[in-house]
Design a binder for this molecule. Structure first.
Ligand code: GLN
Length: 543
């Protein structure tokens, strides 16, 4: 940290949701980092759930898990992948968390005599949470992304808190970036600025003047449009930045830099911007992503295949690992509910590797077992993550050990072979929110294992999100039949990695490696898995 007090960048969105505020925030962070500033990003989510842990992925996409075991919004995954910073429970605040702490204070009697209200009590709590990361004295710049769209009723307390903070922290110490959409009217061949003007008016009516406008558009914006937006929205013309659709999200920081967004922000914050950011390694990575030498086809078997955001960290990990291997990993989302013994060969034809995804509950489980079996019997590289690893264990128990009713007690409580079972400490727990085994745990890998070879070390730490575990009562039988515990928790003996050494690449991890893959540090298991897929493709002439 080089500043004595942190500066704050707020990022809001208008006109429509899903414009990519998370990517813009992460891009700004990456550029400021490249200029030598220490940065962190937090997301404020206006929904009332305490965290997204209990949400169906179709609601908000993947639930991301931080090192300290918090279930968070998937944007935190982007923050980590872009910047390699580790986020914590303080980087994602929901309306639910805000209200919970205010109500708890009220019950403790901390507001005795007072009526507890949205203003000032809720807004005070929001302001406290926004500034919490600043109290660590680790960051020069704190970027705060406000979820939702300006104008939503539920966003109002957040917007009002930003207004108050800008006033008390000083306008020279804060900057507001507003992201909007410039729609294109095909009939008249025109780009329209009116929704942006209205969205800025909305902000103004809440007492907030944006300093920078990032305009999402499918077409390039000409100088006229920029001037018009600048004039009608009270911003300087250099602070109108276009965010056009790009082939990869990793190109966004480069596009933002080309338009001097980092310079404009630093200037508005009164910070020195002489030194150009060093984005050489980043640009090289983007080049490799955009121009790979070859392509490899990988099946991702799961039940949320209609919404690829449900597997965001996995698909991004494949982009990182593909760049290392100079190839594009083409993911084929295979709906496990439709996969059967009869159609598996046809469905997975041409695939050079199979990944079985994490998940919960019974639905689609039999299809996942079919996919594991097909990969195992045909020596196709196989990667099982969390539930995917548990499926690998169940499939092995049924089809190799011959225990026909083997199952996870999550799926079938009365099975006589609960090869995956509830952890002891989970047995008394009934509440669903935040009660799984969550966050980083150490793992010791076996010397002779695919995993240890990939990581280049035996001592690792990875993030978890599950209730069930490999049942160690059966370990000896699995090992003598050819499935090994290749990684265990050194403190508890819980099995964290299973492998089949006679197979070319068969790894199941109880943990989620995808949460730790970043542009700067692609995950070694994904890198090794993609390498195995390429070798398989070479041998089988699949692509
Ligand atoms: N449902 C399984 C469990 O709770 C796996 C969870 C997951 O895949 N994240 O253990």
């Amino acid at each position: 940290m080089k500043l004595s007090k942190p500066k704050y960048i707020f990022v809001t969105g208008g006109v429509a949701s899903s414009l990519g505020k998370g990517i813009i925030s992460a891009s700004i962070a990456r550029l400021l980092q490249a200029r030598g500033y220490s940065v962190t990003i937090q997301k404020l989510d206006p929904y009332i759930n305490i965290d997204p842990g209990t949400l169906n992925p179709y609601e908000h996409g993947e639930c991301y898990v931080t090192e300290d075991g918090t279930e968070t919004d998937l944007d935190l995954g982007h923050y980590e992948r872009f910047t390699s910073i580790q986020t914590t429970k303080n980087n994602n605040v929901t309306t639910g968390k805000i209200y919970k702490s205010v109500i708890e204070k009220e019950r403790r009697g901390e507001f005795l005599g007072k009526t507890v209200q949205v203003i000032p009590h809720i807004t005070d709590e929001i302001k406290r949470r926004i500034q919490l990361l600043g109290t660590t004295k680790k960051y020069d710049v704190i970027i705060t992304e406000i979820g939702g769209t300006v104008g939503d009723i539920e966003s109002l307390p957040f917007i009002e808190s930003v207004r108050q903070l800008r006033y008390t922290l000083g306008y020279q110490n804060t900057v507001l970036v507003h992201l909007t959409l410039i729609p294109y009217m095909a009939a008249s061949g025109e780009l329209k600025t009116k929704p942006t003007q209205h969205s800025v008016k909305d902000l103004l009516s809440n007492g907030l003047q944006p300093d920078v406008l990032v305009l999402r558009s499918e077409h390039p914006l000409n100088a006229d449009i920029r001037r018009k937006v600048a004039l009608f929205c009270n911003v300087t013309p250099d602070a109108v930045v276009e965010s056009i659709d790009v082939p990869t999200i990793y190109e966004v920081p480069l596009r933002m830099h080309a338009q001097h967004l980092d310079e404009v922000l630093l200037h508005k914050l009164g910070l020195e911007a002489e030194q150009e950011p060093d984005m050489a390694a980043w640009s090289a990575f983007v080049e490799r992503v955009k121009n790979p030498s070859r392509r490899v086809d990988v099946a991702l078997v799961g039940k949320y295949t209609e919404l690829p955001d449900a597997y965001k960290s996995i698909s991004e990990s494949f982009i990182h690992a593909g760049a290392v291997n100079d190839c594009k990993v083409k993911l084929h989302y295979v709906n496990s509910e439709k996969l059967t013994l009869e159609n598996v060969a046809q469905t997975l034809a041409g695939m050079s590797a199979v990944l079985v995804a994490p998940g919960f509950g019974n639905r689609g489980i039999e299809g996942k077992l079919v996919a594991v079996r097909y990969a195992r019997e045909n020596d196709i590289p196989f990667f099982g993550i969390c539930l995917g690893m548990q499926c690998a264990v169940i499939e092995f128990a049924r089809n190799v050990l011959g225990w026909e009713d083997a199952n996870s007690s999550e799926m079938e409580q009365t099975t006589t072979h609960p090869v995956i079972d509830l952890m002891e400490e989970q047995k008394g727990i009934t509440a669903k929110g935040g009660t799984m085994r969550l966050g980083g745990y150490p793992c010791l890998l076996a010397k002779q294992s695919t995993a240890a070879e990939a990581y280049g070390t035996q001592n690792i730490a990875e993030r978890h999100r599950h209730r069930y575990e490999f049942n160690n009562d059966y370990l000896a039988q699995f090992e003598s039949a050819g499935m090994k515990a290749a990684g265990t928790n050194p403190d508890t003996g819980l099995v964290e990695v299973v492998e089949i050494p006679s197979h070319r690449w068969f790894v199941g991890t109880q943990y989620h490696p995808e949460y730790r893959s970043t542009v700067a540090n692609p995950h070694p298991l994904f890198v090794s898995f993609v390498d195995a897929a390429l070798k398989y493709a070479d041998e089988h002439g699949t692509k």
